[in-house]
Design a protein. Sequence first.
Length: 373
Amino acid sequence: MTDSDDAVWMAAGGARVEGSLATAARYETPMLPGTEQVTPAVHAVPDAPADQSPAGPDQNPAALAPPTAPGPVSPAADPAPPAADVAPRPIDNSVAGSLSPSLRATRGRDPEPAPLASHGPATVLAMCNQKGGVGKTTSTINLGAALAGYGRRVLLVDLDPQGALSAGLGIASHELDHTIYNLMLEPSTQLTDVLVPTGIEGVDLIPANIDLSAGEVQLINEVGREHTLTRALKPLLHAYDYILIDCQPSLGLLTINALTCAQGVIIPLAAEWFSLRGVHLLVDTIEKVQARINPDLAVAGVLVTMYDGRTVHSREVVGMLDQRFGDTVYDTIISRTVKFPETTVAGEPITSYAPTHPAAQAYRALAREVIAR
């Protein structure tokens, strides 16, 4: 991405340009079951008289006709029915050329994946965005659970010193003696010391805690420091189908380790303006890692999160992303819902906490997309 291209793209968010609203209109999605949306009634307006011009001899020839004698009065016609509420037009619920996430299965774009006869080698995906609060951890947990629901073995790696991924799965990582920090920086640490069951069938976790904050400083003096995580996870590749790495909200050395280890990057991006501001920095970092360290690295997809189809702003942001990234943007869009904070407190993914909720269906659709790509 060049600076000029980026400047044009970013400037598009400050003012509406011709065609931007038309593109954004493709992303109007109806509220899914379980949510509330009040649609204001649209009332019919009676047609105005055909001739609004002032009456006069020059304008109305009928005024020159002599008056006629009154004739028999015809029966009064039925009065016109009162103006009734008009049903609002159907909303176009297409999203990047496909139906809304919870309805994609009915369309057959991404059919349910076939079961696997064996597992491995794993596809390593880094969930990365230097901006916090965009749904990285939530998406890591729920995508991992959805992939496991389709028979894939999944390893979740917490690479954030805050340990949000571990906490979101109900793991008290601050009480653990061995975490990803020990696996990366202490050669004597065994894999069995750090692997933690999550309670989700087919999903394991390598947790993290505040100890990892010192790891970034220690990595500076390591030989081949960018490959430290790759060396730590290499013995596990044969045992899993997917390894999802939850990165910290920065572009530091830990994130570089994740990008060096991964084959693909999933960029969770909230449907709001502030999420767009730093995307070009992340893309530049990915391109540098690809050119200098990991030629196999690529952007696997851009995942839109925290979407509210009732707002023009959300639709415009998604339209801008579609224009900038094209088919790289996942068809699945994750909408806002109060269920996600509830699942964090419960320590389980939404696919098991509320399996019929539209957000759970959306993450299953995302899992099908990830497998299909």
